[in-house]
Design a protein around this ligand. Structure first.
Ligand SMILES: [Zn+2]
Length: 75
């Protein structure tokens, strides 16, 4: 006796270009940017920058970084 299994695996998205993150630059200064080259507007609210990142991910099929928000690197 044999059993046939049909796997419905999701197709790999070849259009995925980059990884989008939110840069937290301090109080009231955040923006989203992506490794595909896209940069979002500077936002007063971190949540607005996060929304920019998600919208970019949805429209351009770029992946969202985990964690999404990354603090600015002290120099
Ligand atoms: Zn992108």
């Amino acid at each position: 006796m044999s059993v046939a299994v049909d796997l419905d695996l999701p197709a790999v998205d070849a259009r995925s270009l980059g990884t989008v993150t939110v840069r937290y630059l301090g109080l009231a200064r955040s923006h989203a940017d992506c490794s595909c080259g896209w940069t979002g507007k500077l936002r007063l609210l971190k949540a607005a920058a996060e929304q920019d990142a998600w919208m970019h991910s949805i429209h351009e099929r770029c992946q969202v970084a985990v964690p999404l928000v990354r603090p600015a690197v002290a120099r």
